[in-house]
Design a protein around this ligand. Sequence first.
Ligand code: NAI
Ligand code: MG
Length: 379
Amino acid sequence: MASRTYRIVTLPGDGIGPEIMAEAKRVLASVGRAYDVEFACEDHLIGGAAIDATRAAGGPVSALPDETLEAARAADAVLLAAVGGPKWNDTTPGAVRPEQGLLAIRKQLGLYLNLRPVRVYDALAQASSIKPELLKGVDVLIVRELTGGLYFGRHERNHDVPGAAMGGGAGDTALDSMEYSELEIERVVRWAFDAAERRRGHVTSVDKANVLETSRLWREVAHRVASEHPSVESEDMLVDNTAMQLVARPAQFDVMVTENTFGDILSDEASMLTGSLGMLASASLGDGTALYEPSHGSAPDIAGRGIANPIAQVLSVELMLRYSFGMDEAADALAGAVDDVLAAGWRTADIAEETTPEERRLSTSQMGDRLIEAFEARA
Ligand code: NAI
Ligand code: MG
């Protein structure tokens, strides 16, 4: 009997989802053996798979069935692969779409913080559009606020505003308002400072305090939280400068914390430092069950062929070990295993170079084998 059991709801979803999830589960089993923990994984339906199943059952069609949500709420963590595909591209108004399942589960779990670690592997630095010498040692943790800001503020569209036509437009005006409460700011900033204490001890708080009132509040809160973390060095950086610094000197960042819209844009920008979608994981945390998933989609173009890269899914497991289960040592060993496998030249098709020899080219499950082997050598 293992000393502890964690219940994980696994959501393979669509496309390559089931293929990469299978490898993540094998990795979890290996971690469990090495650290005397049982990970009890239970598959549930989401996305297109849920749409098909609920339609076949003759009940209401849903991309997030109630039983999936209930299981997720009761679990210790949720591991999601990806949803969507051309089969469900029904654009008729009112049609249920796979992506609705994603948005719904994130909302229903009350996730208020999104983490996107961006680590550049020396072995893959050539794949980036940035000069390899600038990428040495890049390891940024982007902490993005998820519940506030422009996406959830007041939205309005006024048609035919008197006088507006003078500008030559059609006369419509639209408004999205950015709104933040101290509580929303403080919980993510505090999380970022706590994370920095366990990393390299540096926080960059990104805002636009020279023009935005919400950013001035953000800065006040960030300074207060900073004063409670004397061992962490911190700085404020304006978002436009940050966008520049990310491509000019990316290695300067450790933990970056910012509001919703800025985080959306900066995390996509930062992800391109790695040059490879199949390598990026993310975590969304709230007060309840956390959700872990790769940043990429369901890759329908390569689904069913056993050639998808499982690394982003496996790195989602790494984040789960770290942030849901406090198993930092196991997480470090798993991250190290990814380094080792890449350094030894093993490649799935998406990250292979022209010079990669035939015998180093791997299928999805062969990459799973190599990762497990490398993990077991370190654990
Ligand atoms: P995508 O991320 O699925 O694929 C983009 C390109 O990257 C494709 O050429 C794909 O083959 C490749 N790729 C992605 N992940 C890979 C992996 N692990 N290994 C090897 N190659 C990989 O994005 P796309 O094509 O825009 O969307 C496809 C479907 O996925 C759509 O239905 C979209 O709505 C959905 N999607 C779902 C997301 C999620 O579940 N979180 C996020 C993004 C898109
Ligand atoms: Mg985005």
